[in-house]
Design a protein around this ligand. Structure first.
Ligand SMILES: Cc1cc2nc3c(=O)[nH]c(=O)nc-3n(C[C@H](O)[C@H](O)[C@H](O)COP(=O)(O)OP(=O)(O)OC[C@H]3O[C@@H](n4cnc5c(N)ncnc54)[C@H](O)[C@@H]3O)c2cc1C
Ligand code: SF4
Length: 510
């Protein structure tokens, strides 16, 4: 029997309701899923991340087969595997002779280019997963020369009628309650943190874990105690658990950090959203169904999903491929080697990297104000920071990692994602965590053996980029403080910063 449509489902498109399935007829059509080595190794990848992707793909396959759909599945260790998406797709096209190959818009520019170059009867379909299509974002960008998150966020809320009163004003009178969402835990430490749900591997997942151990013995990250959600059913349980137990406290401690606590009150849903095991709309609806949740938590959470998540995707597709080349601050150093091992005496970094090695996860403030900020202050090549994120996080896909890592955290796009760099001295980390209390460095000091490297590098960053930032009104206060320092102190800071940059980047991995 001739095959009519071959529906390609990439690893981050695990949604049986996607546009790729519109008109799917099990009698004439089939699904193709491919595990390929190139995607698992174009940068070295955390083994937990690899296991998460492959296990989720295999669960999707099994679910589709149970639903009576034919699935052609190439396992990573299949002898005939073409090794890359384009080679394997060509091989399968030769083997199956479909009249048409349907592919949902990929989430990675590189993959899209590869697929579009193939001389095959390919139909690309728009990805409805997002609330804001690429066309919607293009319209927004055309009517707003400054693409600012806040304006975008309000427009999505208005257009989708999310958290609005009957007069069109925001529920509670304010669009943004961010100022209520910056509390630290203080000396008492966090209140009880409801544990995130853990999922014991079933036979399919155990097989994947064994395969990843075997095939990627030198990849980074811990794989023991694999407990991630990998199916649609697991994803729904994770969502329910979050909105029931952690959402009420999410807002208040959104920016806080604490030793030994990777997840705190965060949702841990990003990987599930990014593989399309959950849709943003159902996540928002689940949160909004909780009428007892404080407004600052609800608004803060909704803003991350319909604001930041949709905004960075819009930026990515509007500005790629040039976006990846941006390096506004001319940063040239490599990612320090300890980013792969966690072996550093800087307590905040050891904690955040430790969470990443253990869980392929760190929460937003750890990513932005510890991991990302240190690279920014040090002067690490922005694209390498993005590559490190792709390597290490369960939720990293090009469209979301690049604008966050290169744009938001490294300010390499010159102010497209954020109007000022996220730079602060060690005092910020001291205020938001207990790390400095257990650290050999002193966050208040910028020179001397026990001076906090963040603090030294922060003043050096301001001094080094004066011509770019001194006239930015949002940085006026920082420059006033720098100008209070006498010339000798600034020279001593800059000498120490140079030494740190040389020492800390002498060894690298990528
Ligand atoms: C340097 C850097 C790199 C990042 N890389 C990624 C990445 O590769 N993949 C990724 O999904 N997120 C990335 N983020 C955004 C954010 O840090 C993660 O989405 C979040 O930490 C995931 O944890 P969570 O699910 O517990 O999120 P929560 O804190 O519970 O937030 C809820 C949800 O909001 C969404 N969200 C929040 N902030 C952002 C944001 N800035 N951009 C996009 N979505 C957001 C996520 O889907 C997240 O699950 C990055 C941020 C930074 C600063
Ligand atoms: S003193 Fe500096 S290096 Fe140490 S934990 Fe605090 S901010 Fe991090």
């Amino acid at each position: 029997m001739t095959l009519r449509n071959l529906v390609v489902v990439l690893g981050d498109q695990l949604d049986a309701g996607s546009a790729a399935f519109d008109g799917f007829d099990p009698k004439q059509d089939a699904i193709l899923q491919m595990e390929v080595r190139e995607e698992a190794s174009y940068v070295p990848q955390h083994r937990r991340r690899l296991a998460f992707f492959f296990a989720a793909m295999r669960h999707f396959r099994d679910q589709q087969r149970t639903a009576g759909r034919r699935v052609e599945y190439t396992a990573l260790d299949d002898k005939a595997n073409g090794g890359s998406l384009h080679a394997e797709l060509q091989r399968q096209a030769r083997r199956l002779h479909p009249q048409r190959i349907i592919v949902l818009e990929p989430g990675d520019w590189r993959v899209r280019e590869q697929i579009c170059r193939l001389e095959l009867p390919i139909e690309l379909r728009d990805d409805r997963h997002f609330l804001c299509s690429r066309l919607d974002f293009a319209r927004f960008a055309q009517s707003h020369s400054n693409m600012i998150l806040e304006t975008f966020y309000r427009s999505v809320r208005r257009r989708r009628g999310i958290m609005l009163q009957s007069d069109g004003k925001p529920v509670g009178g304010k669009w943004n309650l961010d100022s209520d969402n910056r509390e630290a835990f203080g000396r008492k430490g966090p209140p009880r943190i409801p544990p995130r749900p853990r999922f014991s591997p079933d036979a399919t997942t155990s097989e994947v874990v064994a395969m990843v151990r075997r095939e990627f013995p030198h990849s980074p990250g811990r794989l023991d105690d694999f407990d991630l959600p990998v199916s649609r059913a697991d994803a729904l349980k994770s969502l329910k658990d979050f909105v029931t137990h952690r959402l009420p406290t999410f807002g208040r401690y959104q920016d806080a950090m604490h030793s030994g606590e990777a997840f705190l009150f965060h949702s841990h849903l990003s990987g599930l959203l990014n593989l399309h095991l959950l849709s943003p709309r159902e996540v928002i609806d689940a949160a909004l169904s909780r009428s007892d949740v404080p407004l600052n938590s609800l608004e803060g959470f909704v803003r991350q999903i319909i604001g930041w998540r949709e905004f960075v995707r819009g930026i990515y597709w509007r500005l790629m491929p040039d976006y990846a080349e941006h390096n506004a601050l001319d940063a040239v150093l490599p990612v320090p080697r300890f980013y792969w091992t966690g072996e550093t005496d800087m307590r905040c970094l050891a904690e955040a990297i430790g969470h990443t090695i253990d869980h392929a996860y760190a929460h937003h403030i750890e990513r932005l104000m510890v991991l990302g900020q240190f690279c920014l202050l040090l002067g690490v090549r922005p694209y390498d920071v993005h590559r490190w994120h792709i390597s290490m996080f369960w939720d990293a896909i090009d469209w979301v990692s690049l604008p966050n890592a290169l744009g938001m955290s490294q300010h390499a796009d010159g102010g497209i994602v954020g109007t000022k760099p996220y730079a602060a001295s060690g005092n910020y980390i001291n205020r938001m965590s207990d790390h400095c209390r257990h650290c050999r460095y002193d966050p208040r000091k910028s020179v001397g053996d026990d001076a906090c490297p963040f603090t030294t590098l922060y003043w050096d960053f301001l001094a080094g980029h004066r011509s770019r930032f001194a006239n930015n009104p949002r940085m006026a206060y920082a420059y006033r403080n720098l100008d209070r320092k006498d010339r000798q102190e600034v020279s001593a800071i800059r000498r120490r910063a140079e030494k740190l940059k040389t020492q800390l980047t002498a060894q690298t991995f990528l």
